[in-house]
Ligand binder design. Structure first.
Ligand code: COA
Length: 189
């Protein structure tokens, strides 16, 4: 397995996993292409024998105080082997490198595998959004991780950024048309 930065050439491989993983609310090809192209996002793919077997992305504006896990998914045959955790950790490291101190995400309340992964990495529930995922009418669990409570590698990245505190701006002030997975399910595609 090799983790590397995603490129536009990975779009077809990513979309195959996307559509299989999220049958009722997969992102469109156009939406995924925009995600990969955004300078505010960092997308990684995991590949084996030249094929994309998983992908994930984080939205973290350079110098922003917070970041969002946009999505993460693996081919069904590859799940349960620690790859999702490794990819999530790489995304958190990327967020820390960009100066983020907090990371947010939303997860479907009927997705215990993903919720378990996030909780085991230190994410805590901070709220629920009833019926957020449509058309399935499933609640979203909103979760938050304080990167400052994490290990030495992330701390090192953060301490380099702290000299620059005055320049940090809240990501929420800067969010524009680019949105998270959960936002897209509300008909923005
Ligand atoms: C969520 C996902 C990315 C996790 O990746 P993965 O490689 O299967 O996960 P890992 O093997 O790294 O497991 C990490 C942790 O996740 C949790 N987990 C994984 N599979 C689980 C399952 N079937 N049930 C409960 N918890 C599970 C556990 O906490 C696990 O830690 P453990 O092995 O120490 O018990 C993967 O299951 C997936 O692609 N799911 C479909 C897409 C999806 O739902 N994405 C999340 C959108 S928010």
């Amino acid at each position: 397995m090799t983790l590397r930065a995603a490129t536009p050439d990975d779009l077809a491989g990513i979309m195959a996993i996307e559509q299989a993983s999220f049958p009722t609310d997969a992102w469109s090809v156009e939406a995924m292409a925009a995600e990969l192209a955004s300078p505010h996002n960092r997308y990684l793919v995991d590949e084996a024998e030249g094929l994309v077997i998983g992908y994930g992305g984080v939205r973290a504006l350079e110098g922003g105080a917070d970041a969002d896990i946009q999505t993460i998914a693996f081919d069904a045959a590859q799940r349960g082997r620690g790859l999702g955790r490794a990819l999530l950790r790489a995304l958190l490291a990327a967020a820390a490198e960009r100066g983020a101190r907090e990371v947010f995400l939303e997860v479907r309340a009927d997705n215990p595998a993903a919720e378990g992964l996030y909780r085991s990495e230190g994410f805590e529930e901070i709220g629920r959004r009833p019926g957020y995922y449509q058309p399935d009418d499933v609640d979203a669990i909103v979760m938050r991780l304080d990167l400052r409570n994490r290990g030495t590698n992330l701390h090192r990245s953060l301490s380099e950024e702290r000299s620059d505190d005055g320049l940090h701006r809240s990501l929420s002030e800067e969010r524009s048309d680019e949105t998270k997975r959960s936002d897209r399910t509300e008909g923005q595609e």
